[in-house]
Ligand binder design. Structure first.
Ligand SMILES: [Fe+2]
Ligand SMILES: [Fe+2]
Length: 275
């Protein structure tokens, strides 16, 4: 059968999206749709995998045997999320085996602040370039980043690419458990006068890093994602939902919400995706 012209595909796709339909097959995608979808899913896949690798040392460094199992479970969840996402990427034509071999997901930076810069040519959200150096870091990563990812990924649960929505259902549930792990520990460490200050210090470090992941307000790229049904909300709306959530919990746990200012010139247009 002759290949359908791009213009015809475009009209059919737009018509489908305008009535809330979902894309299921590769041959329904325009080049534009496939390109943006691949990019967003790659950001998620790489972040899931780099996240898992960053947690690995804490399997053996955790405070007790119960936590060793907990961290091992979280690592396994993140590797599974990465596997789900790379499978989806194979489905849109990515040579995942080759990609995996060509990138170093163990790479970490030692700078305290890389703003919104990318460090290497993988597509992970840049917060995954920071090392997790203490148990406070581990907990604040759960508390801030898993929460940020949850807010960000809400849109993917009901996006226009059906296989992604289906993959997200299980991922979302497991992410909620990681966040709950962070919240339980945050409460515990904040209530103990010996650990409260250390926890606050880690929050001061991870909160601004998480606020940086959402991308620039009114980003033109985000508008394209929304047109294609790959996103539903503006970057700023997602950031504010996250900030409000954290502010409520900080009040409950007697923690101070750290300052954060958007660095307009450094702020990427790109919305992140998860961890
Ligand atoms: Fe994950
Ligand atoms: Fe997670």
């Amino acid at each position: 059968m002759a290949k359908e012209p791009e213009r015809v595909k475009q009209e059919k796709l737009q018509e489908k999206l305008s009535r809330g339909g979902k894309v299921e097959m590769l041959d329904e995608m325009t080049d534009e749709y496939r390109g943006h979808l691949t990019h967003l899913m790659m950001m998620q896949a790489d972040s899931e995998l780099a996240g898992a690798f960053g947690y690995v040392p804490w399997i053996t460094k955790s405070p007790d045997i119960k936590e060793t199992l907990q961290v091992a479970q979280i690592v396994k969840d993140e590797v599974r999320h990465a596997r789900v996402m790379y499978r989806l990427l194979e489905g849109v034509g990515v040579d995942v085996d080759r990609y995996y071999k060509e990138h170093n997901f163990n790479l970490r930076v030692d700078q305290a602040d890389i703003g919104t810069l990318r460090v290497a040519d993988d597509k992970r959200v840049n917060i995954f370039y920071y090392p997790i150096e203490t148990w406070f870091d581990f907990i604040m990563f759960n508390f801030c980043m898993d929460r940020g990812a949850g807010h960000q990924l809400e849109d993917s649960l009901d996006c226009s690419y059906k296989p992604w929505c289906e993959g997200m259902e299980g991922i979302f549930k497991e992410e909620a458990m990681h966040m709950a792990h962070g919240d339980q520990w945050t409460q515990r460490l904040s209530e103990d006068s010996k650990t409260h200050a250390g926890l606050q210090k880690a929050l001061d470090k991870w909160y601004p890093r998480t606020m940086n992941i959402f991308g620039r307000k009114d980003s033109p790229k985000n508008a394209i994602y929304r047109k294609l049904g790959l996103k539903k909300r503006d970057n700023e709306e997602v950031r504010q939902a996250f900030a409000k959530d954290v502010a409520g919990l900080c009040a409950k746990f007697r923690l101070r919400v750290p300052d954060w200012k958007p660095e307009a010139s450094k702020m990427s247009e790109e919305p992140f995706i998860p961890g």
